[in-house]
Every structure is written in C-alpha cells, then in structure tokens.
Design a protein around this ligand. Structure first.
Ligand SMILES: Cc1cc2nc3c(=O)[nH]c(=O)nc-3n(C[C@H](O)[C@H](O)[C@H](O)COP(=O)(O)OP(=O)(O)OC[C@H]3O[C@@H](n4cnc5c(N)ncnc54)[C@H](O)[C@@H]3O)c2cc1C
Length: 353
C-alpha cells in the first residue's frame, strides 16, 4: 500500500472531473498539479442536474452544503408531446420522503468555481494556459489523470486507441432566461425535444435538441418549434444567437477497452463521454474522481488503477449505451415517434428513486 503523501499526480484538464480529483486527492496530503489549456476556467454551460450520488461526492469535497443552499431541486414534472399532451408524469416525492436531496439543478459556473476553491484549499496547484506534453508527464509523475474531455489528448497520445468519438446525430442548444417561465418539464416531438427547468434566483434554464445537419440559429429554432406549448415560444422569443450555447453532440463508442494505460488513467468525458439525455455525464465524472482517489489511498498505484478500471468501466459503459438509447427514443421521428408517444401515455407515472 502506498502512502498518498508520497505520490505526485498530474491532472490534465480542469473540468468537473479533473478538479474533483484534485480536491479529493489534495485532501489526502498528496501532491497534485492540475494543467488547464485555457487561460481561465471556462464555465461553459448553463445548468446541470446532479443526482444524489453525485451530490454526495460534492459533500465529500466539502462544497455540497454551499451548493445545496443555492441549488434548485428538480421539480416533479411532466413529459409532454409537442402538442402539449401529458405523456408521463415524473414524481420526485419518493426520493424526498426518503430524506434524499433529489436531483439538484445547479449552474455549471457555480460548480466549477466551488471546485476550483476546494482544489486550491486542498493544496492542489492549478496551472492555467498550460497544455503540457503528456508523454513527459507520464515520465515524471506517479500518475497522470486524463480529465481532458471528449477530445482527450491523454487518451489519444498515451492510449493510442482508435478515435472513439462519434456524432450522436443531433445538436443541442442551451440557454437561460432571467424570468420564471413555467410549466417545467420536457416536450418531445418528432426528431426534436425541448426542456425547461428552474435554476438559481428564479431564472429558467432551457435546452433544445434536434436532428439537423447544420449549426442551428435561434431563428431556426423559432421556426422549428413554432406552435409548441408554453413556455417554449416565450423562451425562444427572447433568446439570441450570442447568448445561447450550440453543440453538435458527440459521444465515445465503444468506450476505451481500458481506462488505464501504464500510469495514465482516464476520468469523466475523456473515458466515457455520453449524450446528455440521461443527465449523467457530470455525475459520473464526480463518481470517477471519488473512486480513483479511494483506490489510490488504499493500494499500490498499479493495483489502484486496475481496481478503478474494474469498478468504473462497466458501469459507465452502461450509462453511455443507455444515453445513446435514450437519445434515439427521445429524438425518434415518424411512426417510431407516434408509437413511442402512445406507449408512454399508457405507462403509470414513474417515481425517481
Ligand atoms: C448539452 C449538455 C447537457 C448536459 N447536461 C448534464 C446534466 O444535466 N447532468 C450531468 O451530470 N451532466 C450533463 N452534461 C455532461 C457534463 O457536462 C459532462 O459530462 C462533464 O462536464 C464532463 O466533465 P469533464 O471534467 O470530464 O470534462 P470537460 O468538462 O470537458 O473538461 C475538460 C477540461 O480539460 C481541458 N483540456 C482539454 N484538453 C486539454 C489539454 N490537452 N491540456 C490541458 N487541458 C485540456 C478543457 O479545456 C476542459 O476545461 C451535459 C452535457 C451537454 C453537452
């Protein structure tokens, strides 16, 4: 068993995954250097929903309390069709009665700022504007953590695998609106969906996903979502191309055969980027971080990395597969969409538990 205080680890990428590793490993007394290619931490994104298992990792890091204080619990909501019919009602009461937090909606910016503070407080060194030679890192550190997202340089350069990035077949557009606009929930149409959630300070978070071959503009969205139920029209009316985020969604498939190569290890999107349809990408990055640090504290480095790979690869692979399947259902078109809506309409209301 290795004393973590004797270990030096390099973390490439200061997103949710990398900063969580830094905060947790720094907390053990080990040496952590984090390298981020951008000159500042880019809090790209609007709100994300975190399930209770991920919030528990934030608690371990010491930022769960403050984040919970500003987060908004995901309200029970309906899944509706594009013409406003209820397809399914989501109840979160069971989880709340059980003393859980439910799913918390938090702005990505707040999560990243809290993690930066926690990592620094734990003694991690954060180097910005730094895209290091990862081969050299592998030679000079005990462990190199590839937390550098879907286009991971650590994966490409140290794992040498075939490029597993795949187009998910749709674009995602996200925005926020300072007004409180309801009802919350998700609307599913043919080959496109629209979601509305609350976010901090009474604001509204929205996202749209659609099968299209081109980078959509807000003008396109106004056309494509014309006639959809409230509050879709109001949200799109005040949106601008400058203020929204637009991504062609990609995922990794197959996920790498191993998350470990020598002393390099992948966490988060670098290991298992998935379409956002199960809302699990950030959560799984947090769980990777907790698992990796637990293993590094308890074992020799080779055993710790092997155990991390064993514990995390199969689980996260399932989330990738599940998210791809969910995206295909949610963005189905034609007859498949009509059958989907009929089936959903017949189901009893599920509980999030
Ligand atoms: C539309 C959408 C909605 C989502 N909604 C949710 C949700 O509700 N709930 C949820 O849990 N997840 C959600 N996710 C997924 C979640 O955002 C990601 O899974 C998560 O942010 C991944 O974190 P990460 O740290 O692994 O990678 P990233 O956030 O990609 O961070 C990687 C970091 O590495 C840096 N980097 C890259 N290359 C280098 C290099 N060579 N050297 C140094 N630095 C480098 C990058 O600049 C970046 O800062 C969503 C994703 C999308 C696209």
């Amino acid at each position: 068993m290795t004393d973590p205080r004797q270990l030096r680890i390099a973390v490439v990428g200061a997103g949710i995954g990398g900063l969580s590793v830094a905060a947790l490993f720094g907390g053990t007394g080990g040496h952590v250097d984090v390298f981020e290619r951008w000159p500042r931490i880019k809090a790209v994104g609007t709100g994300i929903g975190l399930w209770p298992n991920a919030v528990r990792v934030l608690d371990r890091i010491g930022v769960g309390g403050p984040l919970r204080a500003v987060a908004v619990p995901q309200p029970g909501g309906a899944l509706r069709s594009a013409d406003g019919r209820d397809l399914l009602t989501l109840r979160t009461t069971a989880m709340e009665r059980g003393g859980g937090t439910g799913v918390l909606l938090i702005s990505r910016e707040r999560i990243l700022n809290a993690l930066v503070d926690a990592a620094r407080t734990a003694g991690a060194n954060l180097y910005l504007d730094a895209a290091p030679d990862v081969g050299r890192l592998a030679d000079t550190y005990d462990v190199v953590v590839g937390a550098d997202g879907i286009s991971s340089t650590v994966r490409t350069e140290l794992f040498g695998a075939r490029d597993p990035r795949r187009r998910s077949g749709f674009w995602a557009v996200r925005g926020t609106d300072e007004r409180t606009l309801t009802p919350y929930g998700e609307f599913w149409g043919a080959r496109q969906l629209f979601g509305v959630t609350p976010i901090e300070n009474g604001a509204t978070n929205w996202y749209a996903a659609m099968r299209t071959d081109r980078r959509p503009t807000v003008g396109d969205l106004r056309d494509w979502y014309a006639g959809w139920p409230d509050p879709v029209g109001a949200l799109l009316k005040s949106a601008t191309d400058e203020a929204v985020l637009r991504h062609e969604v990609q995922h990794l498939w197959p996920v790498p055969k191993s998350f470990v190569h020598g002393n390099a290890v992948l966490v988060g999107d670098a290991a298992h980027a998935m379409p956002p349809n199960l809302g699990q990408g950030g959560a799984q990055a947090l769980l990777d971080a907790a698992c990796l640090v637990d293993e590094l504290v308890g074992r020799s480095v080779p055993d710790a990395l092997a155990e991390y790979d064993r514990r995390r690869r199969r689980t996260t692979r399932r989330y990738v597969a599940g998210s791809i399947a969910m995206a295909n259902v949610a963005l189905a078109g034609g007859r498949a969409a009509r059958v989907r809506d009929r089936v959903l309409h017949m189901l009893p209301a599920p509980r999030v538990a």
